[in-house]
Design a protein around this ligand. Structure first.
Ligand code: ZN
Length: 258
């Protein structure tokens, strides 16, 4: 199960070279957590190929939304694809209600961080000041907020704060989730079109749905338990290293498994 890649493929897929050192990527490490949501998703699909096609389509939708929001945070005015307009409008509405400051637009979006003691690296979505507080902002376009985001954002915060003087440290982490759906005017069922075909959830299954125009919405959350989350991330990293020990033993200068 975990030895079908060549060493070079393994290194490319799961990590970054930082100077002369190979270190695992934050999102590779958090993949060690099972995703019950994803299993449920596959179980509900007709077949594996169709399920993957849909996931790809919704990933494209998500990537486009994600990129557009990052451009806006950089202070640019990107062209907005009509399909994601409701989401972007909801984001802009949210943004207008807060004081958002990106101190260094060229470097603070998709910011690369590396932890030289804990030995991991990754790219956070944004280092940003929201209403006067500096923090790590993670932008999500899926249908829910999953546990692994807690660990990812903790890892980024820890790596960033380790690199800067105390007065420049980030104080918190947030997740902003941007999504869009149509709502049935009769029963309230919600229909999402992200995967190319509509998926209907909730409401009355016998209703002759009359769907509204798509509307966007934003869920914005601060993640409160940094200490718990960073501890869990570092434990996940240990587990990840154990799972991939046969590869890691072959990586020169990787401090474990020598
Ligand atoms: Zn209905």
């Amino acid at each position: 199960m975990n030895n079908w890649l060549s060493l070079e493929e393994f290194k490319r897929k799961y990590g970054h070279m930082v100077r002369d050192l190979w270190v695992p990527r934050v999102t590779a490490i958090t993949e060690i957590i099972a995703k019950p949501g994803l299993l449920r998703y596959y179980a509900a699909q007709e077949n594996f190929a169709a399920a993957q096609r849909k996931l790809r389509n919704s990933a494209n939708w998500g990537t486009l939304t994600h990129q557009t929001i990052e451009e806006i945070l950089k202070g640019r005015k990107p062209e907005i694809h009509p399909k994601i307009l409701p989401s972007i409008e909801a984001f802009l509405e949210w943004k207008s209600q807060h004081q958002i400051v990106v101190l260094d637009p060229e470097h603070d979006i998709e910011k690369f961080v590396f932890h030289p003691e804990q030995l991991y690296a990754g790219r956070m979505d944004a280092l940003v000041e929201i209403d006067g507080v500096l923090g790590i902002l993670d932008i999500k376009t899926g249908t829910g907020i999953w546990e692994e985001y807690f660990l990812q954002t903790a890892a980024y915060l820890e790596a960033y704060n380790n690199l800067v003087p105390e007065k420049e440290r980030a104080k918190t982490r947030w997740i902003i989730r941007v999504d869009q759906y149509q709502e049935c005017l009769i029963c309230g069922a919600k229909r999402r079109e992200k995967s190319g075909e509509g998926v209907i959830k909730g409401g009355n299954p016998f209703c002759q749905h009359q769907f509204s125009e798509p509307k966007g919405f934003v869920e914005f959350r601060e993640l409160p338990d940094f200490e718990n989350d960073i501890s869990a991330f570092l434990h996940a990293k240990n587990l990840w290293e154990w799972y991939h020990r046969e590869y890691l033993k072959q990586i020169k200068n990787y401090p474990k498994f020598k």
